[in-house]
Design a protein around this ligand. Sequence first.
Ligand code: HAM
Length: 429
Amino acid sequence: MEIINNVKGTHDIFGEETNAYDYVESMMKSIAELYAFNGVRPPVLESDKVFSRGVGESSDIVRKEMYTFPDKGGRMLTLRPEFTAGIMRMVVQNKLYATNELPLKLYYCGPVFRYERPQLGRYRQFNQFGVESIGNNSPINDVEVIVLAYTILCSLGLEGVKIKLNTLGDEKSRDNYRSALREYFARHIDNMCEDCKQRYELNPLRILDCKVKEDQEIVKGAPKINNYLSDESKAIFIQVKDALDVLEIPYEIDDGLVRGLDYYSETVFEFHYVSKAGVDYGAVGAGGHYGKLMKELGGPELPGVGFSFGIERIVSVLKDDGGLKDIKQELDAYVMPLSEEALLYAQEVAILLRNSGGYRVDVCFDKTKLANMFKRAANKNAKFAIIIGEDEINKDSVILKDLAKQEQKEVKVDDLINKLDEHFDKEEE
Ligand code: HAM
């Protein structure tokens, strides 16, 4: 029978890699919780309108990358290409903003889907972890979110993360900037790619993200947003930069950073990382402030700010940099039944240790040589071996072997948890 492979752009996560994802995600969650964010789980499937209205018709994501299809009832559905618009739909529909304290601080984690060309760090199904802080307009709120993202990356051991920072200004600033871009690109657009021709009509800001080499040369000469900022937007950006300076968060201004999603206004940022071996992973995370997204989705006009990390990229970076060495799964004990008859007794002992002792225990199910079982115990990083032969069954006991010290003794099953507790308590002292 023919083997069925995974879909292009998706990847299986198993073995040690599962531990790496668990480690990264739980570190992200626990730090977000320190910052008083609460977890939410929006559905993977949304109405396509959530993203066409939310992320914007001129973005590459909506124009080219969404998995959108009619379901059997004829509804147009989309597999979420990002979280932010879906979170905002959730907040509006459930009136989560109607609380006596804003900002509403939410975090999330899960798969997202984009029909992109697969390459290093780029998948069609990948995982994001992110936060949204909704309903407060203070520039210091933007700063709290940037500090959280930076803290997470540092806690994971990524040294030398580059925070790229820019502002897209308010609507007035962007309208003026778009006019300036149209004027500039009018002279070049006939020689640019077909995509850029469409972008020129829909939103010339998107041309700045074009990946075609020849077009990038033209983009280099384009006007910069900072010459078109309103006084209000200039003042907001100064506050953001000053606060980051006070908090000693390093950043660099990138006046070409415009982000590919249409909902942004004012502050935008990306987190870039080059591994110790020199591999440039590009942005391991990114985000920014959005002013009108909630209104676009039928809610009140409340602003928000958030970021999302690409978990695949962060796991790859940690693998490259050797940052995953300490997260090997360990077993407290590996139970070794010496005969077919000892298998059920071994299960009873293992269940007792797991359920009453809280120990991580595995049992060898194969009929194999004792030497082989010890090799397996070592591979599983087991601290103890528990050996069970006929004698032990008859005496309600086991042989408990400390694998580090290579010392063993007979222990009554009733006393086994005590003996392990004594050992692990001593280890903790
Ligand atoms: P984004 O820049 O589209 O922003 O994605 C965030 C991160 O997801 C990127 O920095 C990258 O690490 C990762 N990523 C993007 N595409 C891929 C891919 N094809 N394969 C693997 N990783 C990828 C957002 O999604 C916004 N929702 C961020 C945000 C939250 N803005 C405000 N709040």
